[in-house]
Design a protein around this ligand. Sequence first.
Ligand code: ACO
Length: 315
Amino acid sequence: AVEEHMAYFDGLVSADKRIEPRDAMPEGYRKTLIRQIAQHAHSEIIGMQPEGNWISRAPSLRRKAILMAKVQDEAGHGLYLYSAAETLGMDREEMLDLLHAGKQKYSSIFNYPTLTWADAGAIGWLVDGAAIMNQVPLCRCSYGPYARAMIRVCKEESFHQRQGFEILWVLARGTEEQKAMAQDAANRWWWPALMMFGPPDSGEQAKGGHTAQNMAWGIKRFTNDDLRQKFVDMTVPQAQKLGLTLPDPDLTYNEETGHWDFGPIDWDEFWRVLGGDGPCNAERISHRKAAHDEGAWVREAAVAYADKQAARAGA
Ligand code: ACO
């Protein structure tokens, strides 16, 4: 019967159909999806912190309202993603415990500080821009609940990306100080945004190596390097429109390939950040744990309320 179930799974994958929670699946498929979806959910939740830092200091009421809505969207994305991961058999409680214990990851990008208002713009433009490039193909992921969650997430992310671009557009047309602030933010976020796509496909930095298996399973549709190149190709013309430069002297258009060539990425920095030694790792996790502890009464109250409703419905 096990072989029959696995043949059914292989059949769904090769026909490019969706796997649903009720379907039998290889243990490795379940594990890698829990790893990736939990990591993705944690990224959304931790990702609220760098921008949340600017809500009280956004330069106008309009900017404040927009930023609050944006940060709230990220919380929503985290919730759909935890729900998608739960369909694979791991509780949200357990995922949060693993995050707090440093046993599940979140994206490297959220370990960098937001030093000025222009960082809210650079995060929208570059970080959400990179996120969309990576997440649009996930709408076609072989695991149904993850793929479906991605559709709304991507729609909202594209608003976020335009929102960030518009912040920088305004700053880049402002005073000399505002222009310098926009340029400084672009300089600081460019390389970390390229690292978001994960380690290169080949060479000595190609550690981890989930790509080949996850492409065979229809989880990933493109390799890390392919998505990174697409992101560079999309973003360079946008930087030109903004009137900002990107901090890479090797960035040149390659007539032969039709792509923008770029300089070497500092993978040592990437692995350091993954290992816990980025500029804000400790702060992000301690803030998250404090929020979790301070929110305990809300979770207890919600459970008590749900129990009361259930008892009433049963009476
Ligand atoms: N930050 C932290 N860890 C990373 C990152 C990153 N940017 N990129 C890769 N890694 C880790 C992988 O988790 C893996 O480690 P592990 O085996 O200990 O889990 C290791 O580096 C090797 O990477 P890959 O073999 O390429 O791993 P994978 O196939 O999972 O690909 C990727 C990585 C592309 C990030 C994939 O997991 C993915 O598409 N995730 C969903 C998108 C996501 O999480 N986005 C969050 C940021 S966007 C946002 O929230 C706005």
